[in-house]
Ligand binder design. Structure first.
Ligand code: ADP
Ligand code: ZN
Ligand code: ZN
Length: 655
């Protein structure tokens, strides 16, 4: 007898879909979540295809679908195609990709969120575009290209360009997707968008409960909301006919997912734009080197904005040479802060490490305290009086002598936000200061309150990590201090120069945005580093040109593609043997010896109780290797049962 069957896939690292029978009375399950029995367990899966076949033609007993969870489809043919693309490009299963896209799948852990209080501010007027902005809008709408990049200094009015193009896209009856790096820090923007576009806007953020997320998803599917704004995963919003995708602050690392599926929202946006014939408009003052190269070769159309329509000159830079100095805050910086406070203005101090001071160090034998589970240096947190592992979160009590040689001559290397706070409060005891990082600000409400106190001028000095470097604009700020860029520059990663450059430029964007006397102080022992020199002079093109020359010489992206492979196991030998085997299989299948770096022990040699060994494929033809990599990994996992393999395409870091 002919019956209906469906292919179901699961949020599991399995590569195929499984066949189940569709009970006669429940309609077509495609696009819906279903409950089935999978190896004796009830599991939720996604129905991606259905078809008729002769019962018994499978050669094995086919189990029935137990329950269909959605009355109407949750995802359509395009989402399934997108999931297949993600799976192929980022080495995961279609089910893993779908569970990240569709609500009711994986829990979101994106970020903090702000909106539980109040509604959006009243609508302000819409400014007339400057000539630069107008010409950018005209180019985007008039050209038949699909990828554009607004390369404009901070304060150059990129937002107005996005919103203008958005308005005209909506007028044509097509949808708009607006992606931002971290929705919690874009309260101002979201308010602006809602005030201009009203209830056709859907805000997707991690503070939504699963039910709320589901509701938003449905509104978008039904076309009730055709302007979606959100962070990374909002790229999957099921707009039936997107005509414009905006991806602001393109350089931000948060667009790349750090867990399976390890997709990059920029690449997903490019895929969607091509498939749906939508326009993709990216923007930043500090593009990624990849994006800069794409502009240079005109794969992406550059639109340059050089003026600040609301006024405000770029700040003056002061580079303070910290070589041979022991103090944390230089006399120059302290003086500048006092001056600014006397004038009734405000100060932001940036630092890119949390914790009181980071690593414990024995001055006698050189011993450093490391997390036994992750092998990373532990960070001492004064408030908790504990060592905390920034990788796995495990805590340890502090020690006052060296556990290895018993010397009492021990100390802490490096500095953290908490230490800076202590010092600053000691120097300016009567001034209200606040610190923003993941230790002091645990939820949306707290973050909102801290930022509001600073905006109101109640807090005079705001300290924190990069968390406060982006997107926030406070009229009262005159002085920005970057307490140290060196710990970014010292990370052995090919992107560290780009990161340092971006931090300085973005931080500078916070100073004197509303006045002409903004100033930036940078404390460093590496004042001659090109990233710093060019950032200070505002020489973006020069920086990228040099940086790209070095990348090309060393064969790093954008001149190659990377695939990072990690074998991990509770048993060290297993992990090591497995990576050796993996490297062997890869080479036997055509990957050149010069394209394979490693295998070797990973810099993070142990994580969550598992030993880690890794290798890196660096090649000019990564797509050609996808199949080889997938098959090699599957073979090795089959051979070494106690070993797992993580595959990361275009990794952000290779630790
Ligand atoms: P960016 O995102 O490029 O850093 P913003 O979009 O935040 O810059 O714009 C900076 C400031 O300039 C904002 O206060 C904005 O309201 C203002 N602005 C933008 N375009 C215009 C314009 N055409 N006329 C007047 N002010 C503008
Ligand atoms: Zn010691
Ligand atoms: Zn750890």
């Amino acid at each position: 007898m002919v019956k209906r069957f469906a292919d179901i896939c699961f949020n599991r690292p399995l590569h195929s879909a499984y066949t189940y029978a569709v009970p006669g009375d429940c309609g077509d399950p495609v696009g819906k979540r279903v409950v089935v029995d999978f190896n004796g367990r009830r599991m939720t899966g996604y129905a991606i295809r259905s078809y008729e076949a002769e019962e018994g033609s499978f050669g094995y007993p086919v189990k029935p679908i137990l329950k269909i969870q959605d009355a109407d489809p949750l995802f359509g043919e395009f989402q399934i195609r997108l999931a297949r693309w993600i799976a192929e490009r980022y080495f995961c299963s279609v089910g893993e990709a779908l569970s990240c896209m569709v609500p009711g799948g994986k829990r979101e852990v994106d970020s903090l969120s702000l909106w539980d209080d109040g509604g959006p501010a009243a609508a302000a007027g819409v400014p007339c575009l400057t000539e630069e902005q107008r010409s950018a809008v005209d180019t985007i709408l008039g050209s038949d290209k699909i990828f554009f990049y607004l390369f404009g200094i901070t304060g150059s009015g990129k937002t107005e360009v996005y919103l203008n193009v958005a308005r005209q896209t909506l007028e044509k009856g097509r949808g708009v997707l607006y992606l931002v790096p971290e929705i919690a820090l874009t309260h101002q923007l979201t308010d602006l968008v809602v005030s201009r576009f009203g209830n056709r806007v859907s805000v997707i953020h991690s503070g939504l409960t699963p039910a709320q997320k589901y509701t938003q998803w449905r509104r978008i599917l039904r076309g009730e909301a055709d302007f979606v704004i959100g962070a990374r995963s909002a790229v999957f919003a099921p707009l039936p006919d997107p005509g414009l995708i905006i991806l602001d602050e393109e350089h931000e690392g948060s667009y790349k997912s750090q867990s399976v599926p390890r997709y990059h929202a920029r690449q997903a946006a490019m895929y969607i734009a091509r498939q749906k014939k939508a326009k993709l408009v990216m923007g930043s003052a500090t593009p990624s080197a990849e994006a800069y190269e794409a502009m240079r070769t005109r794969k992406v159309e550059p639109l340059v904005l050089k003026q600040r329509p609301a006024g405000g000159r770029l700040p003056r830079f002061h580079v303070i040479d910290m070589r041979g100095r022991r103090e944390l805050l230089s006399a120059e910086l302290i003086q500048a802060v006092s001056r600014t406070l006397r004038e009734g203005r405000q100060v932001i101090l940036f630092l890119n490490r949390r914790g009181f001071s980071y690593a414990f160090r024995c001055r006698t034998c050189g011993f450093t305290f490391r997390c036994p589970y992750c092998s990373l240096p532990l960070t001492y947190h004064k408030r908790e009086n504990r060592f905390i592992c920034h990788c796995c979160g495990r805590m340890q009590p502090p020690v006052h002598y060296c556990p290895q040689c018993r010397s009492f001559d021990v100390g802490y290397a490096g500095i953290g936000t908490e230490k800076i706070e202590e010092e600053t409060t000691a120097i300016f005891p009567d001034v209200k200061t606040e610190r923003v990082d993941r230790d002091t600000v645990k939820n949306a409400k707290e973050l909102g309150a801290v930022l509001e106190r600073f905006r109101q001028g109640e807090t005079r000095i705001l300290m924190g990590t990069q968390m406060i470097a982006k997107g926030l604009n406070f009229p009262g700020v005159k002085t920005v201090g970057i307490v140290s860029v060196d710990n970014i520059l010292r990370i052995p990663d090919f992107r560290s120069a780009e990161r340092a450059f971006s931090l300085i430029m973005q931080a500078a964007g916070r100073a004197g945005r509303y006045s002409d006397d903004g100033e930036v102080y940078i404390q460093t022992e590496m004042g001659h580093h090109p990233a710093l020199v060019h950032a200070v002079k505002g020489e973006a093109d020069e920086f990228y040109r040099e940086e790209l020359m070095m990348r090309q010489a060393a064969g790093f992206p954008p001149f190659s593609g990377l695939v990072h492979l990690v074998c991990k196991s509770v048993d060290r030998d297993t992990a090591e043997t497995a990576i050796t085997r993996l490297a062997e299989v890869l080479q036997n299948n055509g990957i050149g010896a010069d394209e394979l770096l490693g295998p070797t022990e990973a810099p993070v040699a142990k994580l969550n109780g598992k030993y880690r060994f890794h290798c890196l494929i660096r090649t000019s033809r990564p797509q050609k290797y996808a199949k080889i990599v997938k098959e090699a990994a599957a073979a090795v996992v089959g051979e070494f049962r106690r070993c797992q393999i993580d595959i990361d395409a275009d990794p952000l870091s290779v630790e």
